[in-house]
Design a protein around this ligand. Structure first.
Ligand code: PMP
Length: 307
């Protein structure tokens, strides 16, 4: 089956979508991206793209931080995404990767006076983390990036070296995922997920000024928790609160809703996936697959929108 990508203003076969070795973004990580999920819904014979508009709003904000001038509007980005996904013709869940990048082919580390460009591709993707059981996580020995180093608010390609260091350490040490602490020792997030803990029925998650990515799944879960009457508090979380929480879960586009049942060799709660995690996880999957009318505006049908 042929797969397509958008590069240098054209939709072209994936195997032809190549950029130069001298591209600034490759040399210095000067690009920003999104990860967006499309869910295959057999009854509709279509893919529903989840919260596409919010992802592109965040991408355009990342561009501001990175001094990238977008050459496509929010509306154009959404349509283009649907066109590429429709052309691929996948009949399974997909992951969409749009990137704005510094396209000049030159040595010299800076952000200004360089050309900008946009590319996009989509690939089939099932679970990113194993959702059939609770995850084992490790507090990373790597500190998290902070706003005045490389801002996590922007989804900048170069940031992900920090994530890759932590994730690899966790995997090599026999865990499934890493939990970052900030330089002042508070809980930030996973390598590519936001984190929630549950204490006495209240959901707690670090605030957006705690050096985290302002996650769209985080926002989704806050809405869903409110629907279920669960209180949500955004505040700093101590490392030791991870060890005494009743439940812990990661949320993110890739990770979706992933309960954590062990952290640093300590069982989370009973060591089983907790009741609040189960309820929210089920609700989350109903929402992303377009089964909840209230949130149907979050799910863009590809075929309809691509035309
Ligand atoms: N934090 C980081 C560092 C991430 O890479 C991601 C994945 N995009 C998230 C949190 C979750 O964000 P979202 O729910 O918007 O995918």
């Amino acid at each position: 089956m042929s797969r397509f990508a958008y590069l240098k203003g054209r939709i072209i076969p994936m195997e032809e979508a190549k950029i130069s070795v001298a591209t600034h973004a490759f040399l210095y990580g000067t690009a920003c991206f999104e990860g967006i999920r499309g869910y295959w819904v057999p009854e509709k014979d279509d893919i529903l793209i989840f919260r596409m508009k919010e992802h592109y709003e965040r991408l355009l904000n990342s561009c501001r931080i990175l001094r990238i001038t977008p050459m496509l509007s929010l509306e154009e980005l959404c349509r283009l995404t649907c066109r590429v996904v429709a052309k691929n013709g996948d009949k399974e869940d997909v992951y969409i990767r749009p990137v704005f990048y510094k396209s000049t082919e030159a040595i010299g580390v800076k952000l200004t006076g360089l050309d900008d460009d946009f590319l996009l591709f989509a690939v089939p993707m099932g679970e990113y983390l194993d959702l059939s059981k609770g995850l084992r996580a490790k507090v990373s020995s790597w500190r998290h990036l902070e706003d005045n180093a490389i801002p996590m608010r922007a989804k900048i390609n170069g940031c992900y070296v920090n994530a890759a260091l932590a994730k690899s350490e966790a995997l090599e040490d026999g865990y499934d995922e890493a939990i970052f602490l900030s330089s002042d020792g508070h809980v930030c997030e996973g390598s590519a997920e936001n984190i929630f803990i549950v204490r006495r029925g209240t959901l707690i998650t670090p605030p957006v000024h705690a050096d985290i990515l302002e996650g769209i799944t985080r926002d989704t879960v806050i809405h869903l928790a409110q629907d279920l009457g669960l209180p949500v508090v955004e505040r700093l979380i101590d490392r030791s609160e991870l060890y005494v929480a009743d439940e812990v879960f990661f949320v993110g586009t890739g990770a979706q809703f992933s309960p954590v049942t062990e952290i640093d060799h300590r069982q989370v709660g009973s060591g089983e996936i907790g009741p609040i995690s189960k309820e929210l996880q089920k609700y989350y999957f109903d929402v992303v697959r377009g089964r909840v009318d209230k949130y149907s505006s979050w799910c863009t049908p590809v075929k309809e929108y691509a035309d």
